[in-house]
Design a protein around this ligand. Structure first.
Ligand code: COA
Length: 254
């Protein structure tokens, strides 16, 4: 079965990250599949709302570390950047349903969603520093704005997980429900939106996003350049090597 499932029902296009055995870690092929679906959905009249989800126990472990080492993103057309650009510029309502861990881009992609529903087992984290990397997905701009600077600094510098209730408090999540009910709840909310006039949804979203859309894109590009450079530097090499060898990284000389 495919690692990304795409379904369309009653105007709702659902992208399901479906690689549970690897904790829904996202490979470049999976980014490409999601980017293709998002780009196609922009002009597809059958898509009025898009919903991204994982499974009841895992949303996503973020980038697949092995795949990332073998195929680091090369240039602006790399699948991960196509995916990020796609969600940052998606004109129709974009929803997410998050249960279990949401690591790295599993959390930062939510900053581009309009509505986020979470199971009470959701655990969000942005451990970029712990991986010798830096913030990505415009999170260095959007997290301080949404969380307040100190709470964003805690999330981005400490990189420790925070649970669904904390995510609700900082505004990352709209509602927390039992994990067994999360997918049905998110789907029902998406269906409600799909019945509303699309032109009004699109225009309202555009007006909300317009004041800082250019800045979001510029920050995302700057972060991408730093992230790409840092991937090749000693701290990231040590962090990724430690992950592959199942040991703790040693940053004492870095
Ligand atoms: N890339 C590649 N493989 C990954 C992965 C990732 N991001 N996340 C998990 N996996 C693999 C594990 O290596 C493990 O493989 P194994 O069965 O061959 O040992 C398998 O998926 C199961 O993961 P495990 O860590 O045992 O599951 P868990 O339930 O204890 O923990 C997570 C789940 C998501 C909290 C944990 O796997 C994790 O922290 N992953 C790394 C997240 C990360 O650093 N992402 C990069 C962000 S840029």
């Amino acid at each position: 079965m495919s690692d990304i499932l795409i379904a369309n029902e009653a105007g709702v296009t659902t992208l399901t990250i479906n690689r549970v055995a690897r904790k829904n870690a996202i490979t470049s092929d999976m980014y490409a599949a999601m980017a293709d679906a998002i780009e196609a959905a922009v002009s597809d009249a059958a898509c009025r709302v898009m919903l991204i989800q994982g499974s009841e126990t895992i949303f996503s472990a973020g980038n697949d570390i092995e795949d990332f080492l073998n195929k680091p993103p090369a240039g602006a057309d790399a699948p991960v950047f196509r995916f990020l650009n796609g969600i940052a510029n998606f004109p129709k309502p974009l929803l997410a349903c998050v249960c279990g861990p949401a690591v790295g881009i599993g959390t930062t992609m939510l900053l581009h969603c309009d509505l986020v529903y979470a199971g009470d087992n959701a655990a969000f984290s942005t451990p970029f520093v712990n991986l010798g990397l830096c913030a990505e997905g415009a999170s260095s701009l959007l997290m301080p704005q949404m969380f307040g600077y100190h709470r964003a600094a805690e999330a981005l510098l400490m990189g420790e997980p925070f649970m669904a209730e904390a995510a609700l408090e900082v505004g990352l999540v709209n509602r927390v429900v039992p994990p067994t009910e999360a997918a049905a709840y998110a789907q029902a909310q998406a269906l409600k939106l799909a019945k509303k006039p699309l032109s009004s949804l699109v225009e309202t979203k555009r007006l909300m996003k317009a004041p800082q859309q250019a800045q979001v894109m510029q920050v995302m590009q700057a972060e991408g350049a730093s992230f790409g450079r840092m991937l090749r530097e000693p701290a990231a090499k040590e962090a990724f090597g430690a992950f592959m060898e199942k040991r703790k990284p040693d940053f004492s000389t870095l």
